[in-house]
Design a protein around this ligand. Structure first.
Ligand code: PRX
Length: 658
């Protein structure tokens, strides 16, 4: 890791308010109260493998039962439920239909222009089977990777389940990424097919997804991609490449509605999802069949506890892990009704979310702190105009939530009546790891509370030793869990080094290093303090500073770049770039705009720097390492504290201060 992590975990949040779970306790809940919760926690701790075995047999359908629960003989490469055969799409569809729930609504979807679709489990099953058959027609076989680059339309979920049905791992690329970023992911994953749309509605604009796919595939740069399947969504005119491109509406409807679910081995890949790290290009996080399915299923059931007649809405995009686990797989595996929205709130539609909650009588609502802070800023008069009385549980994910935003969420959106579940987890963990169980755990504003049953977490120092109560340290996970990532696609060395060898505990047991700082309070509650590596979190989007630096340096005028996060009231962090130019090139306002657009072109709009500061030199140590700690202080207008004696040239600092 390139920076000095401990410098970032000094801040200690102080928050004394506690909210009891009592008003929420319900007989029907999957975890009915504190006694039940403690019983589960204790049994998972005492006999972890027996616990996972029982849950896996109870919660999933097995074509063939597994022979072993966990094989940890070759850490950090875990194997879960070896010998077992199952299929995630079967667990999400067939078994509910077999249980008489075929007519239940699986997905309610609202499109950006207000069009609504309600898809029952039976209809979803048929659409998934037809799509799976179409993929087979396109030559996709078990093990082939299918990429998705789609707007938030039901076809995205259908395509994911169709891939799962035939054993073709999917790689969903967020529709806001640029064609360059898409190309990198297609090449790394060796995708065979890309599923996309003519366009997608994003805020008040249309984004040309198909054009971006065409650009990504130009000059045969992704030779493994043989076909592109295109959903018609916006009616944009798009160019069509005969023999490669197919319209969804021409290929799918004529397919058979039957497609037997492939019997998948537990450790067969379900998907690859790219996420940013502190070094190099984004890495393809690999999740496999049974363990991921069980973890998405169980965590959804424990935390959100959706009743049969309820509607659950997670506002994420399927391009992120939250969309995978808590729009598609978790809810559908549980037979719940999941709501999907194509749009996002914006100045022209500030009440969009509240209108939807009122209209569709949403019961459980799961969103990101950055959205809550934006709502707070526009004032409570907007949500106060809507009837939000259907809500009974609120969730947050993606970044630390400040106590003020937590309280606002509780009082204004939850009318002081809905518990809040602040859920900490990552792309790598597959599902939530630390979160209150709303029927059992008291909540404190700003704390994700305690690890879920079966999850053993600690806060340690750089030597891997547990730190004292209320001391900041590194958040680690001490035991394997079913939903853990299995490796980085094509780079098991990087997997081992990044996550399992960063901290070296004395007892030799490998622990998973999450990349976050945290502290544990006297009640055993965890307070997540944000990333301690060179990853920044902008509006809940995870970005590697190196990725943005590489994008800047790829511009011919830029000699060097260093990117840091600056605390931002709304976004959590804002991107600040320090840039030196090639000799002979001049700083100018125009160049500033050009460089910002260049980053957008290389990565996507989510990576646009908020600020670019031109400088003649960057502060470096004598060994040539950029001193990001100094840059972080400078970017946030703080006094530069700590040791600056290793600085090669102190004049650089003086110049930057000016
Ligand atoms: O820093 C933590 C932050 O988001 C990171 C994971 O990002 P990603 O893989 O994109 O997944 C986001 C959705 C699960 C974590 O390392 N993070 C996520 N949830 C929380 C959080 N930080 C504080 N509190 C949370 N509830």
């Amino acid at each position: 890791m390139g920076s000095e992590p401990s410098a970032r975990i000094e801040t200690v949040l102080q928050e004394e308010r506690v909210f009891e779970p009592s008003q929420f306790v319900r007989k029907e809940a999957s975890i009915s109260g504190i006694d039940h919760y403690l019983k589960i926690i204790d049994s998972a701790k005492a006999h972890p493998e027996r616990f996972w075995q029982e849950e896996a047999l109870k919660e999933l359908h097995w074509f063939k039962p597994f022979e072993s629960v966990l094989d940890w003989s070759n850490p950090p490469f875990a194997r879960w439920f070896d010998g077992g055969k199952t299929n995630v799409s079967y667990n999400c569809l067939d078994r509910h239909i077999n249980n008489g729930k075929g007519e239940k609504v699986a997905i309610i979807w609202e499109g950006e222009p207000g069009d609504v679709r309600r898809i029952t489990y039976k209809e979803l099953f048929e659409e998934v089977c037809k799509t799976a058959n179409a993929l087979k027609d396109l030559g996709i076989k078990k093990g082939d990777l299918v990429a998705l680059y789609m707007p938030m339309v039901p076809e995205a979920a259908i395509a994911m389940l169709a891939c799962a049905r035939i054993g073709a791992p999917h790689s969903v690329v967020f529709g806001g990424f640029s064609s360059e970023a898409l190309r990198d992911r297609l090449i790394d994953g060796q995708a065979k097919v890309v599923i996309t749309a003519d366009g997608g509605f994003r805020k008040d604009k249309i984004i040309s997804l198909k054009d971006a796919v065409d650009t990504a595939l130009e000059d045969n740069s992704c030779p493994t991609v043989k076909s592109v399947l295109v959903v018609k969504r916006t009616n944009e005119s798009v160019s069509f490449n005969a023999g490669r491109d197919y319209w969804w509406h021409e290929l799918i409807p004529s397919q058979s509605k039957e497609c037997p679910a492939e019997h998948m081995d537990s450790e067969d890949r379900l998907f690859v999802l790219y996420t940013s790290g502190s070094t190099g290009k984004p890495k393809g996080v690999v999740h496999t069949t049974s363990g991921y399915n069980l973890w998405a299923h169980l965590t959804f059931k424990w935390i959100f506890d959706v009743q049969d007649n309820e509607v659950y809405w997670c506002t994420a995009d399927v391009g992120w892990i939250t969309g995978h686990s808590y729009i598609v797989y978790g809810p559908l595996s549980n037979g719940s009704t999941t709501f999907m929205y194509e749009g996002v709130p914006r100045p022209s539609k500030p009440g969009a979310f509240w209108e939807i909650i009122q209209k569709h009588k949403i019961n459980i609502f799961y969103t990101a702190p950055t959205a809550i802070r934006a709502f707070m800023k526009s004032g409570r008069s907007i949500p106060d105009n809507y009837d939000l009385s259907s809500l009974r549980l609120l969730g947050t994910v993606g970044e630390p939530i400040n106590p003020e935003a937590w309280m606002w969420y509780r009082e204004v959106i939850g009318r002081d009546n809905c518990p809040i579940v602040d859920t900490w987890w990552q792309t790598e963990t597959g599902g939530v790891m630390i979160s209150p169980i709303p029927t059992a755990v008291s909540t404190k504003p700003g704390s994700a509370t305690m690890p879920l049953p079966g999850i053993e977490v600690d806060v340690v120092n750089a030597e891997g030793e547990s730190v004292e109560t209320d001391q900041g340290g590194y958040l680690v996970i001490k035991r394997p869990w079913p939903g853990m990532m299995r490796t980085i696609h094509g780079n098991s060395k990087r997997f081992r080094e990044t996550y399992w060898e960063y901290l070296k505990p004395r007892d030799g047991e490998l622990v998973y290093f999450a990349g976050d700082g945290a502290r544990r309070d006297k009640d055993g509650y965890y307070w997540i303090m944000g990333r301690v590596d060179d990853v920044i979190n902008v509006s809940g989007h995870r970005l590697g500073t190196m990725e943005i630096e590489s994008a800047l340096v790829s511009h011919p005028f830029v000699a060097e770049a260093a990117v840091v996060g600056r605390p931002d009231e709304l976004k959590g962090e804002a991107i600040v770039a320090f840039v030196t130019l090639e000799s002979g090139k001049e700083f100018s306002e125009d160049l500033l705009i050009i460089l910002k657009s260049h980053v957008v072109q290389e990565i996507g709009a989510i990576a646009r720097p908020e600020e670019i500061r031109f400088t003649n030199a960057l502060p470096k140590t004598r060994s040539g390492k950029i001193m990001r700690r100094l840059l972080r202080s400078l970017a946030s207008g703080e006094e530069v504290k700590g040791d600056t004696s290793t600085l090669e040239d102190r004049n650089v600092l003086d110049e930057l201060r000016k």
